[in-house]
Design a protein around this ligand. Sequence first.
Ligand code: IFM
Length: 439
Amino acid sequence: MPEATFHFPPDFKWGTATSAHQVEGNSTNNDWWAWEQGEGHIQDGQRSGLACNWWEQAEQDFDRAAELGQNSHRLSVDWSRIEPREGRFDAAALDRYRAMLRALRERSIEPMVTLHHFVNPLWLAEMGGWENPRAVPLFDRFVAHVVEALGEFCTLWCTINEPNIAVTMGQLFGLFPPGPRGFRAAMRAGRNLMRGHGAAYHRIHALQPQAQVGYAHNYHIIDPATRSPLDHWVASLQDRAFNETFLAAARGWWRLPLGFGPAWRLRRTLDWIGLNYYTRELVAFDHREAAQMFGRRFHPEDAELLDGGYGEFYPQGMDRALRRLARLGLPIYITENGIPDSDDDQRPRHLITHLHQVWKVIQNNVPVRGYYHWTLVDNFEWAAGWSLRFGLIALDVETQERTFRRSAYLYRDIVRANGITPQIIDEYAPELRPVLLPG
Ligand code: IFM
């Protein structure tokens, strides 16, 4: 029987990722909290509420991450707590974040701090949020305060999480705040988010020259449904709009698709690029789908689907997304990857197959530096409320009780081995042996 271990590089970062609004609880002064109160915005009328109670007790989950051997954790700060009113900074909120980062360090867990993860202070939302170009200097000033306060504990910064998702789900589809605002507004907000990234990059480096700064790009694989030229055209249009525009903007390329315009200020504003990879979709040309850029999206008939219609189980997408990002010539962090799977019947296979793809890509000298599984503990999944459970650890939202899923131990064993061993495959997903260790 073939016995090979898929080894990862010695200094590989193994962690989980979370975001402030999804875990902290009772953050009432931001646009997401306000959005949750609106009828029909969140599945089954749910609310983030106490979430995972991290504002009070994040340290208890940090203990769990440490117990699982993780050496890094990606978390975000909530702008609305730190700057509750325009120009008024709350020292107590910054202290709380300092305490969280210190607690991570004490557990030998290196923090990666995301400065913007979907959520805006109400005062910013009221002035038009990221559609308003003032958001850029305001974000810059906020970033300066955060880096001054937290720089002692953090050198790994992620400026913006998934700007492409923020404006697609927000301005374009209206499922996230600010609600439906149309294509032009989406482009405006997207452009300003990328400018915010650029401003933050320069600000962080001015304050902390040794910082490593990137942003997290949600790479959604979009394949043509058939060989028809129209399907190819619509798939390439959507791929450019969703993936390429933002990546090009972040590189400061001169001629950018879909009107981002000259973006020279963004040139050389990435020390690394973050990949959030989840799934892929097929797209077929459909003249009735003007709002979706004339593409009807669906999954292959034989696809294995994820909970709650979240997408297709498609590990090859990890390889494809990484190889696409490798063209940027930058170190890569997988800043998110995971699945909603409340009964944990797909996650062990998901973890092993996706990490195997990562391993393969690393063998081709692609500089992947770390992997952050989404997520440590079930948390508030935006418009889907509590219906999608992404955690290695299950959360009972009523009692706050945690239960380790089997995948938590699987991930722990991978982290401990710094690789995928045959024993791990046999113990957690024996059906993968013939696929991963043929012969
Ligand atoms: O929960 C989200 C996260 O906030 C952003 N990336 C995708 C995750 C799962 O949907």
